[in-house]
Design a protein around this ligand. Structure first.
Ligand SMILES: Cc1cc2nc3c(=O)[nH]c(=O)nc-3n(C[C@H](O)[C@H](O)[C@H](O)COP(=O)(O)O)c2cc1C
Length: 187
């Protein structure tokens, strides 16, 4: 377990090995029980696997991210549903809190962004636990991608994540990380 926190790296290329759909289902099973505020679960995931779907994605990916994205066995679009609060009566039965979000786009956006980003972190660590390598990317045209894939939905893309069985030759040397005393305080 320590390995996936201390020794994981970002992968810029993957082995020539498919990810079975069952593995993608296992991945979701591993992330779904993790915490979000009010159990609001705003994350939505679109797995881009086929050549046709990759061709639809390609125009919106930054040039420097194109090749690795087209070659990755799967690219996940991690998105957030800005209508998440419509399900709160089901997802958070303890009390009705949907009124906090209705007609309050700022709070709705902040909550969706914070919690879908947290869920995105759970997603990457679950992928690592399943033996997959991840290549997260924010270098893409969010609005263009949303128009292409989420036209009739209230979903907004957060980040992309290439997935595959990592090719150790396609990682970069570890860049500096802060030490405990540099960024942590205990009062
Ligand atoms: C949210 C997010 C967005 C990123 N966007 C890009 C990107 O657009 N292109 C890219 O090549 N790498 C991108 N990265 C990769 C980071 O540069 C990389 O994870 C970081 O340098 C740490 O590398 P390491 O895991 O190998 O130590 C992104 C990472 C994250 C978490």
């Amino acid at each position: 377990m320590e390995d996936i926190f201390k020794n994981n790296k970002t992968y810029y290329g993957f082995q020539d090995r498919e990810i079975e759909d069952e593995v993608l289902k296992d991945l979701y099973e591993m992330i779904k029980n993790n915490a979000t505020s009010f159990n609001c679960q705003p994350l939505r995931i679109l797995f881009i696997k086929s050549k046709e779907a990759k061709a639809r994605l390609e125009p919106f990916v930054l040039d420097t991210n194109k090749e690795k994205t087209l070659k990755a066995p799967v690219t996940a679009i991690l998105a957030m549903d800005l209508s998440f609060y419509e399900d709160l009566s089901k997802n958070f039965p303890a009390m009705d809190v949907s009124f906090l979000f209705k007609d309050n786009l700022d709070f709705t956006y902040q909550t969706a962004f914070r919690n879908s980003s947290l869920q995105g972190g759970y997603f990457m660590k679950a992928a690592h636990a399943l033996g997959l390598g991840t290549g997260p990317m924010s270098g893409f045209d969010n609005n263009g991608l949303d128009e292409e894939f989420f036209k009739n939905k209230n979903w907004k893309s957060n980040f992309l994540c290439n997935l595959g069985y990592g090719d150790e030759d396609q990682t970069r040397p570890r860049a500096p990380r802060y030490e405990f005393d540099e960024i942590v305080e205990i009062l």
